[in-house]
Design a protein around this ligand. Structure first.
Ligand code: B3K
Ligand code: ZN
Length: 895
């Protein structure tokens, strides 16, 4: 805990570390109460004589320090709060540091910590310094040899990175395992695990003919739930070979599930540690969404093996180098998995489902971030706590920036660029600029005279750009001109700068199609080719393109496949959106048109006030025709027929109007449910009839379940008479997707006694399964009538613990971030402040995530605006704020 203001670290202040560290030997005497670590570090000077050797350390007790065999006395080094400094005279020397840490007291879950009866580590970004004194920065890469010693009964399994080279029994019931990682790595990729686990494994032969052992470890008793994770891992290995030519470089690749984990998972070299939520699945306990999330996270961590581990970041400002690129890769992996075995338009629409989900996430999580006090470029310029910069901007917008390079280069060009990146930088710690340079070498070769200089600005600029479109059709010349104008308003604290920051134009790939009034695609001639979609490269503030042989005033299909992370402004009638929603051949743009139509309808309902609004027949007709369209897949249909969520709608209101958003969404769902009831019933019955008796998580079956559950929720929204269907589905469900689909419909639309009975039944059935109990808590946190009182009484439930991040997220985060009605009142704001402070002293990283719930307080109207501000001030006044929370709150209050 710190009370003083933490220093700001600035990107341009980077300096190379003055020492190299070719070899590291670590000896752990593991014990939950106190673990002794002896680190033997071989240093070589890389800078000038006299350069200080500064090591990082936190919450460690230094026991001894030995330089080249000679113990050092306390006047031979400087020991400060979080650094240990020496001034070695030798050019090469060995430093042996013995220190002590206390895993059982470590509730931050960074460094070495206890979860249940197991020991885990989490080192990214700066957790290794909680294990031993070390140059804890990503550009210091070393070869590690690790000895793990522990009680054999309690910790029968001892794992670390790389290969197991020896194992032996020691005295007093202890044993030892020795691991050696053949690859150089930075400290953030170090890992160890100790405990009793079940293991599921598979031996795979890589494309080059090497055999590799894939293993998934989980708690005893949960081994039956790891089949899907292991399957995902094997498919990830194959996919990276096929799509990017990247092979597994290890003999053994391990995934271990942890019950207590701060985030999703961690890509430690050869020893990935996962939140159990992204490993364990079976049909009775995991939903289809959970299956897909496991696939995405297993893929993501595996793909880091190349994009992150083989080539890593020079410093933490470059985080998007590995995260943006790896998110792009996992998105592509998931899309390819959805389209597996499909062809033509079916494959295109299957991939679009993934794109729709990813863009929805971007809009809910990243666009608001880019409009708030934490706005930052994908390569931030400064931070106080790097843990606060694992953001939607670095990850999701970062992935969009990589995707734009993929769009500009094409699949083959991007692959050539990535090959070049590895050719230049394998084994190095590099920068985002190095990545773009590799891509640019291919781009310039394929587009003589062009470069990616303007494109690089995406790495410097925060804020979501807006692209305004104007279109004019000339009947006499049969030409159509499109003008695109871009601007990017000041973002976050830029708003306080006077004069305003200059924001030069960005390089925006803008995919465009034109439709005739009958819904047919019009051919477009561009750069000597004729196509249905053209890619315009907007690099200036304003540019115009003219297309010939356009026989009628067309309806434009804009930003196809969401070709850039921008907002598009184009004034057009609802009828054009309805036409696109029914005919656009680009499935993303088609979904987008329906979405825009629904948003317009919802916004009208927000401004009309309670029960004053009517629903436009054009909107109902569009939804009706989509519902009746037999040419689209169920999964895609479930996406196009869903309404924007309350949070999506909230972002479009001005000032932000949470209660209006909640009301409008409920009213429109009700109206659609009622007016289209016979069609929803038909859809429900036919998807029900098509469901096989065996559960399978494959995308086609999952698509049917998604559509069926959507139909059920509309029916319930439309009228109480359909409660019977939901009850039957809930009590008779053969898998968790159907069970949850019915239970959440009941939670939203049925009477109190019915809900209570279903919740009690669910509890009795699943109280032994922590991941299912998380769902039980979440359902109650997001129920429309949940209040702070409900939360406070659920927190007293014996199954609740603030120390378990999954449980805290299931109950507290869900209420504070996703229950707009429950949280936006004085009691809600107080509750939030209490929980941020309670977490602040336990787990600063998790606390800082919750602290971000009110980032955008200044965009709300009164009384919410003042209410949130007061709660933020209350948190700020706490005398012992962690660096993590302090940074978030002080930025929020600066706006
Ligand atoms: N690299 C980790 C994230 C670590 C977060 C540390 N606060 C997981 C991932 O993105 O793959
Ligand atoms: Zn990652």
């Amino acid at each position: 805990m710190r009370t003083e203001t933490a220093p700001t670290i600035t990107r341009l202040d980077y300096k190379p570390y003055p020492y190299r560290l070719p070899a590291v030997e670590l000896l752990f005497d593991l014990d939950p109460a106190q673990t002794t670590v002896r680190a033997t570090l071989q240093f070589e000077r890389a800078g000038s004589q006299g350069d200080a050797l500064i090591l990082n350390g936190e919450d460690l007790e230094l026991l001894s320090l030995v330089l080249d065999g000679k113990p050092l006395s306390s006047d031979e080094y400087e020991l400060a709060d979080s650094t240990l400094t020496l001034y070695p005279e030798q050019a090469r020397f060995t430093l042996e540091i013995t220190s002590l840490c206390r895993p059982a007291d470590n509730s931050s879950l960074m460094g070495l910590y206890v979860s249940g009866d197991q020991l885990f580590t989490q080192c990214e970004a700066e957790g290794f310094r909680r294990i031993t004194w070390f140059p804890d920065r990503p550009d210091v890469m070393a070869r590690y040899r690790v000895h793990l010693r522990a009680d054999k009964k309690r910790y029968p399994l001892l794992l670390s990175n790389g290969n197991l080279v020896a194992q032996q029994d020691l005295s007093e019931g202890r044993h030892e395992a020795i691991w050696e990682d053949p690859h150089l790595k930075p400290s953030y990729l170090f890992a160890l695990v100790a405990g009793d686990f079940e293991c599921r494994e598979h031996t795979l032969t890589t494309r080059s003919g090497r055999s590799a052992l894939l293993q998934v470890y989980s708690d005893r008793g949960s081994g039956a739930k790891t089949a899907w994770a292991l399957d995902c891992l094997a498919r990830s290995v194959r996919w990276d070979e096929q799509r990017f030519g990247l092979a597994l470089d290890l003999d053994r690749f391990m995934v271990v599930a942890a019950r207590d984990f701060n985030m999703g998972a961690m890509e430690n070299k050869g020893l990935n540690i996962f939140n159990s939520a992204y490993v364990l699945a079976d049909k009775d306990t995991a939903t289809d969404a959970a299956y897909r999330a496991i696939e995405a996270v297993i893929g993501h961590e595996y793909f880091h093996n190349w994009t992150g581990n083989r080539v890593t970041c020079r410093d933490w400002f470059q985080l998007s180098l590995k995260e943006g690129l790896t998110v792009f890769r996992d998105q592509e992996f998931s899309a390819d998995m959805l389209a597996q075995g499909l062809e033509g338009t079916e494959a295109v629409s299957a991939r679009a489902v993934k794109r729709i989900d990813d863009v929805t996430t971007l809009r809910i999580a990243q666009f608001p971030e880019d409009a708030g006090p934490m706005a930052h470029p994908i390569r931030p310029e400064s931070y106080q706590e790097i843990g606060n910069f694992y953001t939607a901007t670095v990850y999701e917008k970062g992935a969009e920036v990589v995707r734009m390079q993929h769009t500009l280069l094409g699949e083959a060009g991007f692959r050539a660029g990535l090959d070049e990146y590895f050719r230049r930088h394998d084994g190095q710690a590099v920068t985002c600029d190095d990545f773009v340079s590799a891509m640019e070498s291919v781009y310039s070769q394929r587009n003589p005279g062009k470069d990616l200089q303007v494109f690089r600005r995406w790495y410097n600029q925060a804020g979501t750009p807006r692209v305004t479109v104007t279109l004019s059709w000339n009947q006499a010349t049969q030409t159509c001109s499109i003008t695109l104008r871009q601007r990017c308003a000041p973002a976050g604290i830029e708003k306080l700068q006077d004069p305003p920051v200059a924001k030069p134009p960005l390089h925006i790939p803008f995919a465009l199609g034109l439709l005739g009034r009958d819904g047919r695609s019009l051919a477009l001639s561009h750069e000597g080719k004729s196509a249905e979609t053209v890619l315009l490269e907007l690099t200036e503030a304003q540019q115009t393109w003219t297309f010939e042989n356009i026989p009628e005033a067309p309806v434009p299909s804009l930003l196809r496949n969401f070709s850039a992370p921008v907002m598009v402004e184009f004034d057009r009638p609802d009828a054009d959106l309805a036409l696109l929603a029914q005919h656009d051949t680009d499935p993303f743009a088609r979904w987008e048109a329906g979405r825009e139509l629904a948003s317009r309808q919802l916004l009208k309902m927000v401004s009309a006030g309670a029960s004053q609004s009517t629903v436009d027949p054009l909107f109902i007709d569009t939804w009706r025709s989509l519902l009746q369209d037999d040419n689209i897949t169920d999964a895609y249909k479930a996406r196009v027929l869903s309404l924007p969520s309350e949070k999506e709608l909230l972002e479009k209101t001005e000032p932000l109007d949470p209660l209006g958003a909640v009301r409008a969404c409920r009213e429109l769902r009700g109206a659609l449910g009622k007016q289209l009831a016979p069609l929803w019933q038909k859809t429900y019955q036919s998807t029900l009839a098509q469901a096989g008796s065996e559960y399978s998580p494959d995308p086609v079956s999952a698509g049917k379940r998604a559509l069926k559950n959507l139909a059920l929720s509309y029916l319930m929204a439309g009228g109480a008479e359909f409660g019977r269907l939901a009850r039957e589905q809930y009590y008779g469900a053969g898998n968790m997707t159907d069970r949850m689909g019915a239970l959440s419909a009941l939670m939203h639309y049925s009477a109190e006694s019915e809900r209570a009975a279903a919740l009690e039944h669910f509890y009795q059935q699943w109280q032994q399964d922590p991941l299912v109990m998380d769902k039980w808590f979440s359902l109650q946190a997001t129920a429309p009538d949940a209040t702070v009182e409900t939360m406070r009484s659920l927190m007293l439930h014996p199954a609740f613990s603030l120390r378990n991040p999954n449980r805290a997220r299931a109950l507290i985060f869900q209420f504070c971030m996703n229950n707009l009605q429950g949280i936006h009142n004085v009691q809600g704001y107080d509750f939030w402040a209490d929980q941020v402070l309670a977490l602040n002293s336990l787990n600063p990283e998790v606390a800082a995530r919750l602290a971000r719930a009110f980032d955008n307080w200044a965009r709300f109207a009164e009384p919410q605006r003042s209410g949130m501000r007061a709660a933020l001030e209350q948190v700020q006044q706490h005398p012992e704020l962690s660096r993590n929370v302090a940074e978030i709150i002080s930025k929020a209050l600066k706006i």
